[in-house]
Ligand binder design. Sequence first.
Ligand code: PMP
Length: 388
Amino acid sequence: ANAGEPAIPTDLPLRNDLIGEEPYGAPQLDVPVCLNVNENPYAPKADVVESIAQRIREAARSVNRYPDREHEALRQAFCDYLKAESDARLQPAQVWGANGSNEIMLQLFMAFGGPGRTALAPAPTYSMYPEYARDTFTAWQTVPRNDDFTVNVVDTIQAMHELQPAMVVLTSPNNPTGTPLPIEDLKQILEASQSATVAGAQPGTHPIVVVDEAYIEFRDPGTPSATTLVNDYHNLAVSRTMSKAFAFAGSRVGYVAADKGIIDCMRIVRMPYHLSAITQAAALAAFDHTDEQLAEVNHLRQTREQTAQWLTTQTYKGKALQVMPSQSNFILFGGHLAERELIFEQMLERGVLIRVVGPEGWLRVCMGTDEEMAQFRAALTASLRAAE
Ligand code: PMP
């Protein structure tokens, strides 16, 4: 069990495969500088807060009724956003929302995974994926990324043919490495998927290709999003979230862009009324203020570039830190931090919470406000010295 949590009583019939498992989640600590869960550090402006409150007040008048199960107004808002943000031309039938992209992913695994099915991903990647696989009895297989953490397209396609997964999960930019997946690489995998077969499925079935674009708004402007390919590939599902760039993590809203066929499969496994009237109202209000919600994205991109540059000037045991090029709002750094737990603890003592994640020897930090980043830099320099 997690520190301070009582152990689960052994006389409860917890599923055999869950015995000894722990709830997923980064520590939620009351610390001055939280740079550990890749949030947008800028809180909503007063007029956005007011709009959200107003919409929720209206929704409250009819909370005796169930919400719109198909969340049609919100699906239109997702389409409008994807058109404005990525120039993706989609109909409401091609988008679908849920409580965070975590729930989107779980719905995909519930619909397309399951006993006898496999999900494949280039690793290292987001550590929740194997948990969705576990929870849905889906086998989880990985194919190593290249040394620079880019996707090895040849190996991934080969693994797709050999392992016959029902789902190929790609993350762009990847968490925790920040690495983008070039659209040409994605197209190659999508083309190969058209002739791949799926173990445990009807003959003639091809895998779905899931692209998790949780952090895509932080990419270099002008880089295409996978959402622009949804009209071309009926087996492509692109997951998105309002949690990161859109600065809306507390409201729990994620969505997917995909062919209507994929969404109809997801609708089979969703809970009825999974998106509350309150959530829908809040999200619609936030979309009325899209520009304000995204106002700091460019600044966070600059912060990332400055922080990456600064990190390369830092040393540990006499050797410069490695810094992975990132298209996200976080940076994976180090590479040779043998005492990464100790460095993490030293940072925490100085009031700065970062994340121990990714391959051994690396740490991850997400971009905060200018003041927070100044505290991060001071704390890291001191912590590296203290941990040497
Ligand atoms: N995908 C990736 C790659 C993530 O890093 C995260 C958040 N850590 C999520 C999905 C889930 O985010 P949310 O459920 O808030 O949309």
